[in-house]
Write a protein that binds this ligand. Sequence first.
Ligand code: SF4
Ligand code: SF4
Length: 97
Amino acid sequence: MSAVGRDSSRQVPHACRPGCAACCIAPSISSPLPGLPQGKPAGLPCPQLDDKLLCRLFGRPERPACCPGLKPSHEMCGDNRDDALVWLAELEAATRP
Ligand code: SF4
Ligand code: SF4
């Protein structure tokens, strides 16, 4: 995650912000998931988000393995949803194969 230049001292535990879901929108997901058999393109809101922007697959085996790896942190989540969307889009661009 340091690939896009955030200060590593900001990588501290952070509570997930209700109503955000930036990390279920900005990143791509290469593995299949229900509703997206080819994976999720970057920037597309995951179809598994419910109307409260919570994951319908939480705790289920269909949830992509990469999802639990995105832990809330100040580095990723920033101070607001727009911060998180920008940072995650930069990370996506920096790690694109
Ligand atoms: S970007 Fe951070 S605050 Fe937003 S949904 Fe993901 S973990 Fe929660
Ligand atoms: S499967 Fe769940 S955790 Fe993963 S991107 Fe979709 S809504 Fe988010």
